[in-house]
Design a protein around this ligand. Structure first.
Ligand code: TXD
Length: 328
């Protein structure tokens, strides 16, 4: 038998999307695997540790015949391999250990995220960036400053994860399918995040019609502590399955131009009365990236909760600014 005119991976007419995941640790590897499984594009997994991204990428590639996805997955230490990525997910950094707050990570991770962003932008000046590294609100700000990208092309992942945790707890409490539960968590990605029961529904029915205030408070509280709950159980790291799935949901919305409405850490330019801070708000995610912010008419208590959350986001931004030069 003979092959005729076939060129290896000739994708000049309909190029596959290219997705880079920086950091091949727990979240990065999970995200890469899910993105490959969903055939979001070819995937480059980059890490400073030699061998690990290569090994994990090969392992994922070797799973593809079983799972039936077509995606090239490569691992590397070299940013040249990430050139012309459509989308980049930044998970590089160190994760929380028990007793460590997200803020403790700040100084170390600012340096890492600044360096990663500079390298990414050099090789993929047109890409869209989603930041995952904690403390999220500080890291996405760092990446925005270093990249100089407009807010459409840079955002943080937090709300999708926090909302997913809230959905899980609601479904568990009511013993109903997670498919019928939607929930909304806004604000910064920390203890002051803002779960919004009024905008959460079960089969279209507002949550306050389904549960008592006490039960709702319990769920909101567990949601805000959702990350810490996993850290306490794992002891050696923080959550990664749900975070990996959450960032891939955002990536899919963008790469497939789905125009999803998802809560993201977006750079606010006057929305919610907030200027020049990243805050978790409902956004439209499509081919253009963060295509717009939905402004809700929050009630007094919700507004107060947003303001409190903004306070902690402001403190984080100040800490980043105080480090100066973004560790460069
Ligand atoms: O909701 C959210 N945004 C989050 C954030 C949910 C879960 C985890 N969140 C944060 O993501 C967490 O607190 C960490 O800051 C990051 C990554 O978490 P992960 O659990 O994946 O941490 P790992 O397993 O330690 O992986 C981090 C990897 C590791 O392989 C390092 O070698 C690599 O990052 N690393 C780097 N890669 C590239 N370049 C540089 N400079 C670098 N430094 C470390």
């Amino acid at each position: 038998m003979r092959w005729s005119g076939i060129v290896h991976h000739d994708n000049a007419y309909f190029p596959r999307k290219k997705l880079t995941v920086v950091g091949s640790g727990n979240v990065g590897a999970t995200a890469a695997f899910l993105a490959a499984y969903k055939e979001l594009g070819d995937i480059v997994l980059l890490d400073v540790v030699e061998g690990v991204p290569q090994g994990k990428a090969l392992d994922m590639y070797e799973a593809s015949p079983i799972l039936g996805y077509n995606a090239n997955v490569i691992g590397t230490q070299d940013y040249a391999d990430t050139a012309n990525s459509d989308l980049v997910i930044i998970t590089a950094g160190i994760a929380r250990k028990p007793g460590m707050s997200r803020d403790d990570l700040l100084a170390i991770n600012v340096k890492i995220v600044a360096e990663v962003t500079a390298n990414i932008v050099e090789h993929s000046p047109q890409c869209i960036i989603i930041v995952v590294t904690n403390p999220l609100d500080a890291m996405v700000y760092t990446a925005k400053q270093v990249s100089g990208f407009s807010r459409k092309r840079i955002m943080g992942m937090a709300g999708v994860l926090d909302s997913s945790r809230m959905r899980t707890f609601i479904a568990q409490k009511l013993d109903v399918s997670i498919s019928d539960v939607s929930a909304l968590v806004l604000g910064g990605h920390g203890d002051t995040m803002v779960p919004l029961p009024r905008y959460s529904t079960v089969g279209g029915i507002p949550l306050p019609d389904m549960l008592s205030q006490e039960e709702i408070d319990e769920i909101s509280q567990r949601t805000a502590q959702g990350g810490a709950e996993i850290v306490q159980l794992l002891k050696t790291g923080s959550a990664f399955y749900a975070p990996g799935a959450a960032v891939v949901e955002m990536a899919e919305a963008i790469l497939k131009d789905k125009n999803r409405i998802l809560p993201c850490a977006a750079w606010l330019e006057g929305e919610y009365g907030i200027n020049n801070y990243f805050m978790g708000v409902p956004c439209k995610l499509g081919g253009g990236g963060m295509e717009g912010v939905i402004e809700l008419d929050l009630n007094k208590a919700e507004k107060a909760a947003m303001q409190l959350s903004l306070k902690s986001v402001k403190a984080l931004k100040e800490q980043v600014d105080a480090l100066g030069g973004f560790g460069q």
